[in-house]
Each structure stands twice: as structure tokens, then as C-alpha cells.
Design a protein around this ligand. Structure first.
Ligand code: GLU
Length: 298
């Protein structure tokens, strides 16, 4: 697909499910600096498809914290919760092509199905690959379960998807700009995720679908994000190929660590930027700290 955007376009895409920490500040600042250095565009996107956990006060805090750091971005900001229709369209396309199927299994049912198989393969997050229980359900059986009020998730049929992409002949890989001179092409191996969930039963979409749909819609040319999302890129490349979306370049950056060596993460309750601010940290001190981090070995 040809790209209609000529300027390099970067984005910082936080979820509004908590306060930002210094690791987010590092990622946002890196995107901002890279955009500035090439005269490119800097976008901010609020990833709030998880409407239960995302809250307006966290979104407001994102604007406040990034503004305090001295960063700027284009407006209007895209808020994913306002675009469920776009994601449904992408999913519908995969279903129509026979590349996605409804799955009624609970996590417990999946675990039970593989419980007697200690060597069952696992995905990069450590979950067992989906054993395919719902892959071949008949249309009648699917309708029966829906009629019982069971809401399905949607899974990608990764084998069928890879066969489709192989039949088109284009290599499935990506340009990883990495750190410094580490630019290289990486072969995408999405089968490591098995039949991944591409629409959760509760919100009817997933991070994976929303992120590839939005990066394409917004003309993002450079995805700069933490290395914790490196493995997800294998799946994102496949989704882009299936949905005929342009391929950006990626740069997965190192994650910041606290004094004990623990990676900063929201779920591990890393100290928030606003807590640092309340303790009197100035934006200059924050920027100095981030500059030191940028020089540290990966
Ligand atoms: N929303 C994701 C997060 O907060 C980042 C998504 C991305 O950069 O692709 O971890």
C-alpha cells in the first residue's frame, strides 16, 4: 500500500489506566526528540479501549505530566474509545476472509485442556498456546452457544493467516531501528503467539487490532516504544499484512529500572511522575535524569 504521508510521524500512545512514571516520560521524550530532529510530526494517542480501567482523571494527568515535561503534540488527540467502529471493521474483514473465529473458552477451560501436557508450548507471555478447541466449531454450534448468551472472543487462525500471507509472496519482516547503529531487519514469526485473541469478549476488540488500525489511520511511520512490546510486533506485522496496512519502522527502546533494578511498570506500582513532582522534582531535573538514562547501556 502506498503511503500518503510524506513527513515522518511519531506517536506516544499511553493507556489512561494509571499515572505515568519516568519510563513513560522517557518514551514520550524520545519520540518527541526524534520527531523534532527530522522535522516530523509528534502525535499523542490515548489508548483507552479498556473502558472499565481507563479513567478521565488519568487522561487529564497524561496531558498535565507531558506538558510539565515541556513536550508538545498535535491536536486533536485520538482517543481509542471513540473509534470502536474502526476496529470492528478490521475484525469483520478478518472474519469474512475466514482468518478469525469465535472462541467460547474461558481461561480455566484452556488451562484444563493442556493440564496433562507439561510440554505444551507457551507464548512469549508464558500462557499456553490455544489448543484450538473452538477452531472448528460448526456454524450451528456457534449459533447455539451465542443463543445461550455466551459472548465469544475472536481468535486469529494463525495457520490460515500465515498461509494467506505466504501465498502473496511478500516477506513478513520489519525494520528495527534499535539503538544507535543497531538497525536491522527482523523476520516476523507470529506463530509464537498461536491463535491469539484479537477481540476480547468484553470490549470486542484488542490492543493488537486497535494499535495497527490507528497507526495506519494516523500515518505513523515510526513506532518508538518500550522493548516489552517487541514480541507483540511479530503479531502486529501479520495483522498489517492481512489488513493491507502500510508497514512502519520500529524502534524498541530499553526500559527504565528503579534503584533495585526492577523495571518501571504501572502494574508494579512504579513511582508516578506526579509523585516525583509533588516531592519537588523540577522538569529540568526530570529531563536531566532522562538524558542520563538515554546514555546508559541497553
Ligand atoms: N498503550 C500501550 C501502553 O501503554 C503502548 C502501545 C504502543 O506503544 O504500541 O503500554
Amino acid at each position: 500500500m502506498t503511503r500518503s504521508f510524506s513527513r515522518q510521524t511519531f506517536r506516544f500512545a499511553p493507556s489512561s489506566n494509571g499515572y505515568l512514571h519516568l519510563g513513560h516520560a522517557y518514551s514520550a521524550t524520545l519520540n518527541h526528540e526524534l520527531a523534532k530532529a527530522c522535522g516530523g510530526r509528534m502525535l499523542l494517542r490515548i489508548e483507552d479501549i479498556d473502558v472499565e480501567r481507563c479513567r478521565p482523571e488519568f487522561e487529564q494527568a497524561i496531558y498535565d505530566d507531558l506538558g510539565w515535561l515541556g513536550l508538545s503534540w498535535e491536536t486533536p488527540v485520538r482517543r481509542q474509545s471513540e473509534h470502536f467502529g474502526d476496529y470492528a471493521g478490521a475484525l469483520e474483514r478478518l472474519v469474512r476472509q475466514g482468518l478469525a473465529y469465535p472462541c467460547f473458552c474461558s481461561r480455566g477451560e484452556v488451562m484444563a485442556a493442556v493440564a496433562s501436557k507439561p510440554d505444551w508450548p507457551r507464548d512469549p507471555d508464558g500462557s499456553p498456546l490455544y489448543p484450538g478447541l473452538c477452531r472448528r466449531l460448526s456454524p450451528v454450534e456457534r449459533a447455539r452457544r451465542v443463543a445461550q448468551g455466551r459472548a465469544p472472543a475472536l481468535r486469529l487462525d494463525v495457520k490460515a493467516a500465515l498461509a494467506r500471507v505466504a501465498s502473496e509472496g511478500a516477506p513478513l519482516d520489519w525494520l528495527e531501528k534499535g539503538v544507535g547503529d543497531a538497525t536491522r531487519r527482523i523476520a516476523a514469526t507470529p506463530a509464537i503467539w498461536g491463535d491469539a485473541v484479537i477481540a476480547r469478549r468484553d470490549i470486542r476488540t484488542s490492543y493488537h487490532i486497535a494499535v495497527v488500525a490507528d497507526d495506519a489511520l494516523q500515518g505513523v511511520t515510526d513506532v518508538v516504544r518500550g522493548e516489552d512490546l517487541f514480541m507483540a510486533t511479530h503479531l502486529h506485522r501479520l495483522l498489517q499484512a492481512l489488513l493491507d496496512l502500510p508497514t512502519p519502522a520500529w524502534r524498541h527502546h530499553r526500559l527504565l529500572r528503579d534503584a533495585s533494578g526492577q523495571k518501571l511498570s504501572k502494574s508494579l506500582r512504579a513511582k508516578s511522575l506526579r509523585a516525583w513532582r509533588q516531592e519537588g522534582m523540577s522538569p529540568e531535573a526530570a529531563r536531566r535524569r532522562l538524558a542520563v538514562e538515554a546514555l546508559a547501556p541497553p
